[in-house]
Design a protein around this ligand. Structure first.
Ligand SMILES: Nc1ncnc2c1ncn2[C@@H]1O[C@H](COP(=O)(O)OP(=O)(O)O)[C@@H](O)[C@H]1O
Ligand SMILES: N[C@@H](CC(=O)OP(=O)(O)O)C(=O)O
Length: 455
């Protein structure tokens, strides 16, 4: 048996839905289906999730929502029309979407989460309707039924709670019935019954949760590329595909920019010993990429498995003589970050210098000024400044373990191209090296490193 998750690109319109249904039909083992919201039909199109965000914002501001609501309903209607569903088949989906503003929400963040979640929630309903219409027995399973419980502190960036896997046991008897179960991705319910979503791209996480919860060991994740490539295909032309990789390789690469699979989605898969197979909806016969535990892995194919880069970082640089000799310096710095609810990604330090690297999504002008001010007040540095131009490049490979000379092979091509390196972090993980560059240099740095190892 398999869990199959289809991304928004695979569910964007009727013809895409048809490919998905052919894939489901082709294998009776594809019993547990996880849907994203309809994604972009072409470059420049808008994902349903983004339309729902607009719908939520207009609701919050008491603006007219007529147009955006019609656009959202239109996306589902076009798919229903493609499959010639009966005239009133979409009535329930339409009324749920129309009624969203009339519910009570504890605050605007919860309203936003609830609106966003309905992209996948309605698409799973629609998928169930279409499957049944085509004679394939299917049942919609809402997270309120499967028991997906998530944290509620930030309802738009939730994490799954362990109790979910106890709750899901009640679905196990359904494994014996000849019926497909359709789960909406991307959200769950907090313990006080409110909707909370995972971070953007989080439908992948639901696929892993369902696989672990139902004790299914194969999770096929269908997207719009034949495989995970050794580098982002938008940066490298025709990159080499990755045939297999370990969980920890994938986690490091997805964290650093391989958006094809969500980095948090690896965790339930590890816990449930689930092999993930990334496949292409447009070419389902291609073997795709297998992501698996190390004990199933044998030898890596290459020294380097992949090169990823992410540009949205800022760094707080602090210089103070004898910084290394001060007891509690870092503790006091981290307390300042806690005060502003900011987490950090990396903290390379020297004897008099420390750089703390932070994901920009967490910062705004107020926090930038306030954090710098507090650092001056509390730590009395000789120098403190924000560096707003920071990319992180991650070179990852199980094959690097125990090999000498890899770092110089990474750095030399950058030196040849005059790309300054702001930071190197090697050693924290045996299977990766992290290079900090200016954001504008990141793509070129990836190309140079790719040419050195994989061309
Ligand atoms: N190393 C990589 N290999 C494959 N695809 C990648 C890689 N890095 C980034 N991508 C991008 O990820 C996209 C697929 O992810 P995503 O848009 O989340 O798909 P879906 O809508 O199917 O969930 C691809 O179209 C590709 O542009
Ligand atoms: N629909 C959500 C969640 C998601 O995972 O979507 P996709 O599978 O299209 O990346 C988003 O756009 O963020």
């Amino acid at each position: 048996m398999k869990v199959v998750k289809f991304g928004g690109s695979s569910l964007a319109n009727g013809p895409e839905f048809q490919k998905v249904i052919d894939i489901i039909k082709a294998d009776p083992g594809r019993r547990f289906i996880v849907t994203s919201a309809p994604g972009k039909r072409h470059d420049g199109d808008i994902k349903v999730t983004d339309l729902l965000i607009k719908y939520a914002n207009q609701t919050i501001k008491n603006q007219d929502t007529y147009q955006v609501l019609n656009e959202i309903i239109g996306r589902y209607q076009a798919i229903a029309d493609y499959f010639k569903l009966p005239p009133h088949a979409l009535d329930k989906i339409k009324s749920i979407l129309t009624d969203l503003p009339s519910h009570d929400y504890s605050d605007n963040a919860h309203l936003m989460a609830a609106f966003k979640a309905h992209g996948e929630r309605m698409n799973a309903r629609l998928m169930t309707l279409v499957l049944n219409h085509l004679g394939i027995k299917a049942k919609f399973i809402d997270p309120s039924v499967s028991g997906i419980v998530v944290t509620g502190k930030n309802p738009n960036d939730a994490f799954v709670k362990e109790v979910t896997y106890q709750n899901m046991k009640k679905l196990l008897p359904l494994k014996k019935q000849p019926i497909r179960l359709v789960f909406p991705g991307f959200f769950g319910f907090t313990s006080d019954g409110q909707i909370a979503t995972f971070a953007r791209g989080g439908s992948d996480i639901t696929g892993s949760i369902v696989a672990r919860g139902l004790h299914v060991h194969m999770y096929e994740n269908f997207t719009d590329v034949d495989a995970i490539y050794t580098a982002n295909p938008k940066i490298i032309n025709n990159p080499v595909p990755i045939r297999k990789m370990t969980y920890r390789e994938m986690r490091e690469l997805s964290y650093a920019g391989f958006s094809v699979f969500n980095d948090e989605a690896i965790i339930p898969a590890i816990q449930g010993d689930v092999t993930i197979n990334i496949k292409n909806t447009n070419n389902p016969k291609a073997p795709g990429t297998f992501i698996m535990p190390r004990h199933n892995f044998n030898e890596p194919d290459n020294l380097i498995t992949g090169i990823a880069g992410k540009k949205n970082f800022m760094a707080l640089y602090i210089h103070k003589y004898l910084l290394n000799a001060q007891v509690g310096f870092t503790l006091r710095l981290l307390k300042i970050l806690v005060k502003y609810n900011v987490s950090y990604e990396h903290m390379p330090s020297g004897i008099d210098d420390l750089t703390i690297i932070i994901n920009k999504d967490q910062l705004n002008q107020h926090k930038l000024t306030a954090i710098k001010h507090d650092v001056q007040e509390v730590l009395h540095p000789d120098d403190v400044e924000w560096i707003d131009d920071y990319a992180i490049i991650m070179v990852v490979g199980e094959g690097m373990i125990g090999k000498v000379g890899t770092l110089s092979r990474i750095i030399e091509p950058l030196a040849h191209k005059n790309i300054p390196i702001k930071m190197i972090n090697k050693g924290a993980s045996q299977i990766s090296m992290m290079i900090g560059t200016r954001a504008e240099d990141a793509d070129e740095a990836i190309r140079r490193i790719y040419n050195e190892f994989l061309e």
